[in-house]
Design a protein around this ligand. Structure first.
Ligand code: OXT
Ligand code: ADP
Ligand code: MG
Length: 576
């Protein structure tokens, strides 16, 4: 619209535009934090957001901004927002959107896009791409807004789709033209929608509760598995009450660790194999029977016949891998409360043979591990290094632990006990490398707590440039890079004998700490558990952005960590 016309109109009537309608729609719905990378056509949107009092965090790569938004959704139950430019920026953010959907985290990827008329005729617009079509199969819902007056509805639909039912990722496409569209401010305000009860409670059918309790009552060797859906639900007290009243041993999935403290007497975490194999009735709460639980069958589950009770908000999850004899469909808070109510005053706890067997195994495994955690070897092995970090988390249970890698991930999961809900954030359902720095940033921003990120050196490399972002916003993040010089191990050799190093090997003696120093943060280089402990404690006390380069024995790890069985081996090449 010509400027003279706008000026003329402004004399009589207050105006708004697409930029401000997006901002107003988000703010009306309590969304005030944005993870983004600026550029055409959203640079001014970011500026106006900042001017409106929103916190706009700019990243170095959209994938990391996306991972930040995804975990923000998990932590807050509000959709985390990632804002990107068109085609390449959108595609960079899309991995994170798919990750959010896979993990059932609410997130909205908002991307600017090029002109519809040009894109649809494929006439070669700037960053031309039919982003809506590309996004659709990778998220829970995808919407495009073509007119400023529809922004309110578009944002509302995106929010509700992200958080209701099974949470997930939503794509919102905003073509450049929409931002500049002008409309009457009053009509604009009226067009906004405040989403009422975005994730309504979903009460379970009473008969499903009765059925589930019947199955549990008949159990000789029951087990509860808590997944990250249970952590997401924020029904911490009810879940703890259910576990304790039932007397049933429970196994936390990785991101459900700390929902009850890992030191809880009913935790079967240190007796995982026995708990899965020996159980006869298994109640899943917000955990899927996917690869992480060997699909509910096979060797991992042993010969003992199983009956499954499954609490989940998504009805289609039932019977996805094995028969579920007692499906309980609803939100976890309501389902767990209904189970508790249904248990009444008298509830017979499981036979002591079972609970004692689990407890014995836990005690044996914990005792077996204990001395290995005390070693002060240099270079470090995983046990020595994690023995030191385990004590730090014990002393600072409010700190948030971010964790990725292969050996670095698997050893940390079993060695570092968690004490509070939603304090362990990791690679999730896909086992994806690269979530580290985005996750650490969002955890610090959303929760206002210190963050300790334990990173394999390969894993760190996927998002390492974001340490500049950590320094720029002066976030209380301490990154520990477990530097074993490679993927799984630093000791591989090139089988051809050529001059290139092996495919899994990095530069020897790399100094990741210098990267942090380059941006004004604190760098530390440590070779023993004692030094590691000192450096990390100093970082956690100071709250200054810190990177500790922790030298790990290059031979200490194993191929693919604990999931080596999933890694196909080339028999023919080994024969040669
Ligand atoms: O009962 P048993 O006897 O079985 O014992 C269990 C517990 O009872 C016991 N335990 C305990 N004992 C004593 N005390 C305590 N407190 C205790 N707690 C438990 O310990 C064992 C193990 O327990 P756990 O962990 O509960 O059980 P288990 O059997 O391991 O559980 C099974 C699973 C499947 C649930 C579990 O293993 C799991 O959650 N696994 C997730 C694995 C995962 O996601 N891995 C990441 C992917 S690996 C690979 O793909 C990598 N890539 C490729 C790549 C990826 N991923 N992404 C992208 C975008 N591109 C490429 C790459 C590049 S990893 C990787 C980099 C690796 O190199 P790094 O340098 O980063 O890392 P390093 O390896 O360190 O070098
Ligand atoms: P884990 O990897 O920890 O085993 P999964 O990601 O496999 O956990 O499972 C999480 C499950 O939790 C999903 O099936 C999802 O539908 C469910 N879920 C998420 N939020 C809720 C909720 N508020 N109420 C009920 N189920 C939920
Ligand atoms: Mg490594």
């Amino acid at each position: 619209m010509p400027e003279e016309l706008i000026e003329e109109m402004q004399e009589d009537v207050a105006l708004t535009d697409g930029f401000h309608l997006v901002i107003d729609a988000l703010q009306l719905n309590g969304i005030n934090t944005i993870y983004n990378v600026p550029g055409i056509p959203i640079t001014d949107l970011g500026r106006d957001m900042q001017a409106s009092g929103m916190r706009v965090l700019s990243f170095r790569h959209e994938q990391n901004a996306g991972y930040a938004a995804a975990i923000a959704g998990f932590l807050t139950k509000k959709p985390g927002i990632c804002l990107t430019v068109s085609a390449p920026g959108f595609l960079n953010g899309l991995t994170a959107l798919a990750h959010a959907t896979t993990n059932c985290f609410p997130m909205i990827l908002i991307s600017g896009s090029s002109e519809r008329e040009v894109v649809d005729l494929q006439q070669g617009d700037y960053e031309e791409m039919d982003q809506l079509a590309v996004a659709k199969p990778l998220c829970k819902a995808a919407y495009r807004v073509l007119h400023a007056e529809d922004i309110g509805i578009g944002v509302a639909r995106a929010i509700r789709a992200a958080v209701s039912g099974r949470p997930g990722g939503v794509y919102l496409d905003l073509p450049a033209k929409v931002f500049a569209q002008i409309m009457d401010a009053e009509a604009g305000e009226k067009s906004l929608v405040k989403v009422i009860d975005a994730a309504p409670r979903q009460l379970p059918a009473p008969e499903s509760i009765a059925r589930a309790l019947d199955v549990l009552k008949g159990a000789e060797r029951p087990l509860i598995i808590l997944g990250k859906g249970a952590a997401y639900a924020q029904a911490d007290d009810a879940i703890r009450a259910l576990v304790e009243k039932s007397g049933i041993p429970y196994l936390p999935m990785s991101m459900a660790k700390g929902l009850l403290p890992d030191t809880h007497p009913q935790s079967a975490g240190a007796a995982r194999s026995l708990a899965l194999k020996g159980s006869d009735v298994v109640m899943l709460i917000g955990a899927r029977l996917n690869w992480l639980l060997s699909h509910g069958k096979g060797q991992t589950w042993g010969d003992q016949p199983k009956k499954f009770v499954h609490i989940d908000i998504e009805p289609r999850e039932m019977d996805s891998n094995v028969e579920i004899v007692a499906p309980v469909v609803g939100d976890i808070g309501s389902c767990v409360q209904a189970m508790l109510d249904g248990m009444g005053k008298e509830w017979a706890v499981p036979p002591t043979e079972w609970t004692a067997e689990i407890k014995d195994k836990v005690d044996t495994n914990v005792a077996r591990m204990a001395p290995r955690l005390q070693n002060n070897n240099s270079p470090m092995d995983y046990h020595g290094a994690l023995g030191a970090l385990r004590t730090i988390i014990k002393e600072r249970p409010e700190a948030i632990l971010v964790n990725e890698g292969a050996n670095t991930l698997d050893f940390t999961r079993s060695i570092v006990d968690m004490y509070q809900p939603r304090k362990r954030l990791d690679v999730g359902t896909w086992g994806v490398m690269g979530v580290g720095m985005g996750t650490a940033i969002a955890a610090a921003v959303e929760m206002g707590k210190p963050v300790l990120a334990i990173e394999g050196d390969s894993a760190f490399g996927f998002s390492g440039m974001e340490i500049e972002t950590i320094c720029r916003y002066n976030l209380p993040v301490c990154v520990v890079v477990f530097n074993n010089g490679g993927i799984y191990q630093g000791a591989g050799v090139n089988p051809s004998g050529g001059s290139d190093v092996a495919t899994t090997v990095f530069v020897k003696d790399a100094r990741y700490d210098k990267m942090m120093e380059a941006f004004g943060g604190v760098g530390a280089h440590v070779t023993s558990p004692d030094e590691l402990s000192q450096a990390v404690n100093a970082a956690m006390d100071s709250g200054k952005p810190t990177l500790v380069n922790a030298v790990i024995d290059e031979k200490a790890g194993t191929e693919s960590g604990r999931i080596g069985n999933l890694n196909p081996q080339s028999v023919l090449s080994k024969k040669k």
